[in-house]
Design a binder for this molecule. Structure first.
Ligand SMILES: C[S@@+](CC[C@H](N)C(=O)[O-])C[C@H]1O[C@@H](n2cnc3c(N)ncnc32)[C@H](O)[C@@H]1O
Length: 477
């Protein structure tokens, strides 16, 4: 058993509620975590996924606080991240307690269709993609990440999971309160933290733990929480979460906000978020999940309501000019809709905007219109197509996000593996060439191919080609 940092243990002993024991904490911290996944309902229902995977030896046990979250036991050690189903975005490997913050944020959000939501610290995107699924790709979800390398991973995950209602930004999230004052219906701040709760996954997480470092992190968390609160509309909901365990990074950060805005901050109790939530509930109504309570990672979740508008101290920054996109003219808009319908049986949503930049066409969430010029966006919505000399060429990500119907070229597991490895797929006999087609497995799209009669020519983007893919069928690996 890895030796836990003694300074950490001394400090945490002061914060642990009296009904929990340090011995249990130490014992659970040494146990490996139970593996868990979240099924991506943007691509498949949980019922259908379970029907597909249980015969392959995947044993799925529901996680009580997330409708589509499951602990998973495999009959043999398939590497989940390298399965076809993972690569096609049917599920996300996500620790069970990390599913709590979006559940808390969405628990009382009504009419989610037109919401504008901010995920302030979002890479690698487990909660962003969970929220996009809860929104069913409607409304607008702004996903911000400060670290450049992590923005790339975030983007890859958003694309893999078929998210189309998202715009990415790359800022220190302290700017949101100033740039987008009182603009959001709901905000998640899954804050950068000491990671004390992740010790079961990474025993080295606490090697460098010291109280000065934690105090510094807490100062950043306060600034980020205040920025989130400023960016929230009156009546809006904010969830603050960390995978840290100390009061310093959790309760005290929330108390700071309440002391600063006593007339506008209300803590909402999470005691009845799910059955037995009360076991982790603090007197303020926060969930302080110690690893031994639900046999999970440690987590902290606070739900905060903004009950009144607050004074804006900094003026709105000057509007930025030179936004490189413009609305596609009516004729092009109609042509693109016709192209997607007639070639792929995809109806482009009428609630989204078709935008153009040079010879590229993009689909933006409608709510973006209000935010253009207010800040810089890295990437908005999904790229639909490029213009060709005669017609259009659809993009892989558009197919991934928009294709719902089942009449694709359904591949076998072996063919899907070949496709994801960038290879062409031979076809039996000589069929009539059909041109651009969607290939799928389990009725959900994998990507585009060109049907040449004798083979399917692989059109998977090069950066998505993988050299290692495993068969999810436990009995045949
Ligand atoms: C706990 S992680 C987020 C995990 C993510 N929400 C998820 O569920 O996949 C915190 C993230 O905050 C980012 N971060 C650190 N400082 C930040 C800042 N000042 N503004 C915005 N993001 C920041 C880190 O790079 C890290 O990706």
């Amino acid at each position: 058993m890895a030796q836990l940092n003694q300074d950490f243990l001394d400090s945490i002993a002061k914060d642990m509620p009296s009904h929990l024991s340090m011995d249990d904490f130490i014992q659970y911290s040494a146990r490996p975590l139970r593996a868990s996944i979240r099924i991506n309902t943007l691509k498949i229902s949980s019922v259908h996924f379970i029907e597909l995977m249980e015969p392959k030896g995947w044993k799925l046990t529901p996680i009580p606080w997330c409708q589509d979250g499951f602990w998973i036991d495999l009959e043999n050690k398939v590497q989940l991240g390298n399965t076809v189903e993972h690569l096609q975005g049917l599920f996300y490997i996500q620790e069970a307690s990390s599913m709590l913050p979006p559940t808390a944020l969405f628990s009382q959000l009504n009419e989610i269709d037109n919401l504008t939501i901010l995920d302030m610290a979002s890479a690698p995107g487990s909660k962003t993609t969970q929220m996009a699924a809860l929104m069913d790709n409607s409304g607008l979800l702004i996903a911000n990440e400060y670290s450049s390398s992590r923005v790339k991973v975030l983007h890859a995950n958003i694309q893999r999971m078929g998210v189309s209602n998202c715009a990415l930004t790359h800022f220190d999230a302290r700017v949101f309160g100033e740039y987008l004052f009182e603009r959001f219906d709901a905000i998640l701040l899954d804050a950068p933290c000491s990671g004390e709760g992740t010790i079961r996954k990474d025993p080295s997480a606490l090697n460098g733990w010291n109280i000065d470092e934690i105090t510094k992190i807490a100062e950043t968390q306060k600034a980020l929480l205040e920025s989130a609160f400023l960016a929230l509309k009156p009546g809006g909901t904010l969830v603050y979460s960390t995978c840290a365990l100390s009061r310093l990074e959790n309760q005290q950060v929330c108390e700071y906000l309440k002391e600063k805005y006593p007339l506008a901050v209300e803590f909402e109790s999470l005691a009845s978020l799910f059955e037995h939530a009360d076991k982790a509930c603090t007197e303020e109504g926060f969930l302080h999940v110690w690893p031994q309570i639900y046999d999970s990672e440690g987590f902290f979740i606070a739900k905060i309501k903004k009950t009144a508008s607050i004074e804006r101290l900094k003026l709105e920054p000057k509007k930025q000019k030179n936004f490189p996109f413009s609305k596609a003219p009516h004729k092009i808009d109609a042509e693109l809709r016709h192209y997607f319908k007639s070639t792929f049986d995809i109806s482009l949503p009428t609630t989204s905007l078709i935008m153009m930049r040079d010879k590229e066409f993009w689909l933006f969430p409608k709510q973006m219109e209000q935010l253009i010029g207010l800040m810089r966006f890295q990437r908005i919505g999904i790229k639909l197509a490029d213009e060709l000399k005669h017609g259009y060429k659809a993009q892989h990500q558009a197919i991934q996000a928009l294709s719902k119907q089942l009449s694709h070229h359904e591949l076998s597991q072996a063919q899907a593996i070949e496709y994801l490895m960038g290879r062409d797929i031979p076809l039996d006999g000589s069929l009539k060439p059909q041109g651009e087609v969607i290939v799928s497995i389990h009725g959900s799209p994998l990507g585009l191919a060109k049907h040449l009669g004798k083979r399917l020519k692989n059109n998977l983007p090069r950066d998505l080609v993988r050299d290692k893919i495993v068969n999810s069928d436990a009995s045949s690996s």
